[in-house]
Design a protein around this ligand. Structure first.
Ligand code: SGN
Ligand code: CA
Length: 540
């Protein structure tokens, strides 16, 4: 009797200790895997976890269902390579040097993948980087040169260059799955950067999607016919209006020969050559499939064009734009689903941080625009969904002002690696672990430089809080704008000169000065970067 009581007590203690252990293990997971999924130019308006007005993205939405959806995530400089440089370095672009798509990325910058690799992580990158130089700190990479191609893409890899037949979104996923399946070292945590080219311009979808989308119609944004009254020179002069600047060839996929026949204007140097290049790159099979769907579209347009009003043409262009843009996202969503299924089927979900984001947001006809660059909402914000079953409560939403600047420190903290002191973001760990009292950011800083350049969005910087947005456009103008984000969420009225907002302007300007100091961006920097453009002969 005595013997069995002792054993029973020991058994209970053993169970208790084990349970306690499991509990600690669950709460503070060690060295999680990180799957960083980023697409290019994916507007949050085209993810159903944010809004199902345009498209259903059941797979991307899974990440929000299992984790957290950020409704106020934004970038520091809304353009491709600068955003990527900020993500990798945890620094604003005036510090890491990649202020625009043209300047080279300075490879002496320390990046979070290098630090994770040094700390024992296995690291891989597949897809679009857009730096002009290769990534450091990766055991393996296969990246698209520059913008890359939608069909039969070339890749730069750490074992030589290659060209692969097929559709780029599928191929980047195949590469990632192949790496996970055949080269992952099970005794190490891993970082996988899975980076889509889609849905970047010129929006070339896979056959299985374009044939379904070519006859679809879409709800229009309220501001499709915006005339920019109530805003400054920059909005009026930007060259990203669907009616005025979206190309008939390159974007709408009308054959150059037909453009000529119909007298359609050529809107960029590459408007006509781009369709020809795309057709030449296709395999015979891909070309025939394409013609079967896009030639009837052209025929139909040819019949209607001469009777179309400018308003009808704008509507037609919006529809055509959405057909191809959203069809590209279908493939991204499907492929994200393949990756999530793999992680699920291989017991890799529990202690893996999965992030879905884009390098910036995008205009889907809001203000009559496509493209990005502006601090205005659709391009300033970016989608952000994060799951980490061991840590994040499923189905949560967060409306804090988080930035692409914050990823590096978040991942380093999650991996237990000390972040260098000169990184400028904030780890998102308190937000994702539900310790909200530890988060105290109330404003973010933004600075865009690539001007004069394609789309002609003027240089500007600004500060954004949940309530207000203060912007200064400079270089060839000197104009301030203030938006009341709560009463004017579509940003239609600049209230900078409205006396009712005098105090807000004063307060926001003083906060702006503080942030420029905090991020080490003295006002003299603005001229320094203009001078670089002059020295390079990009401006006179
Ligand atoms: C290309 C696009 C632009 C786009 C930039 C930058 N033109 O130049 O529309 O703004 O890339 O995009 S295209 O005719 O070549 O498609 S970014 O995402 O790489 O920054
Ligand atoms: Ca981009």
């Amino acid at each position: 009797m005595k013997f069995s009581t002792k054993w029973l007590a020991m058994f209970v203690l053993f169970i208790f200790l084990n349970l306690a252990n499991c509990k600690t293990e669950k709460k503070v997971p060690t060295r999680p895997n990180i799957v960083f999924i980023m697409s290019d130019d994916h507007a949050y308006q085209a993810i159903s976890a944010y809004s199902n007005r345009l498209i259903n993205t059941p797979n991307i939405d899974r990440i929000a269902q299992q984790g957290m959806l950020f409704t106020n995530a934004c970038v520091t400089n809304s353009i491709c390579a600068p955003s990527r440089a900020t993500i990798l370095t945890g620094k604003h672009t005036h510090i890491n040097g990649k202020i625009d798509n043209r300047m080279p990325f300075d490879t002496t910058n320390v990046t979070f993948p290098q630090l994770l690799h040094d700390a024992g992580y296995q690291t891989a990158m597949f897809g679009k980087l857009h730096f002009g130089n290769n990534p450091k700190g990766f055991d393996e990479f296969k990246i698209l040169p520059g913008q890359g191609r939608y069909y039969n893409p070339d890749f730069i890899t750490n074992s030589g260059d290659t060209t692969i037949t097929g559709y780029t979104t599928d191929i980047i996923t195949d590469m990632s799955l192949d790496w996970l399946e055949t080269r992952r070292e099970e005794d190490k945590p891993f970082l996988l950067m899975y980076l889509h080219k889609a849905p970047h311009r010129p929006w070339v979808p896979a056959e299985r999607h374009y044939k379904n989308y070519i006859n679809k119609e879409f709800e229009e944004p309220e501001t499709l016919f915006d005339t920019y009254d109530g805003r400054g020179t920059a909005a009026h002069e930007a060259e990203m209006n669907l009616l005025k600047h979206m190309n008939f060839g390159h974007d709408m996929k009308i054959y150059p020969k037909l453009m000529k026949e119909m007298g359609l204007p050529v809107m960029s140097d590459w408007d006509t050559s781009s369709v020809t290049n795309m057709m030449n790159r296709f395999t015979d099979e891909q070309r025939e499939a394409w013609k079967a769907v896009y030639e009837p579209m052209m025929k139909d347009f040819k019949e209607k064009y001469s009777d179309m009003s400018q308003e009808e043409l704008m509507r037609w262009k919006y529809k055509r734009y959405m057909q191809d843009y959203l069809a590209c996202i279908e493939a991204v969503d499907e492929n994200v689903g393949r990756l999530l299924d793999y992680l699920e089927d291989n017991d890799l979900m529990e202690n893996t941080i999965i992030v879905y984001t884009s390098d910036q947001g995008f205009y889907l006809g809001e203000h009559g625009w496509f493209d990005k660059r502006f601090i205005y909402n659709e391009s300033f914000k970016t989608p952000l969904l994060i799951q980490w079953p061991d840590v994040i409560k499923p189905g949560t939403r967060n409306d804090e002002m988080v930035q692409n600047l914050d990823f590096a420190q978040t991942f380093l903290e999650a991996a237990g690696v000390q972040a260098p002191d000169d990184m400028q973001g904030e780890s998102l760990m308190p937000l994702i672990a539900g310790e909200f009292e530890k988060w105290n950011r109330d404003a973010v800083y933004y600075h865009y430089y690539e001007y004069p350049a394609v789309h002609m969005v003027k240089r500007h910087y600004g500060i954004v809080t949940k309530e207000y947005k203060l912007v200064h456009f400079y270089y060839d103008v000197d104009e301030w704008e203030l938006y009341d984000r709560l009463s004017d969420p579509k940003e239609m009225t600049n209230v900078y000169n409205d006396p009712a907002y005098n105090d807000v302007v004063i307060e926001m300007k003083s906060k702006l000065d503080e942030l420029r100091k905090k991020y080490n961006d003295p006002y003299e920097n603005d001229d320094k970067f203009i001078k670089i453009y002059k020295d390079k002969g990009w401006i006179k």
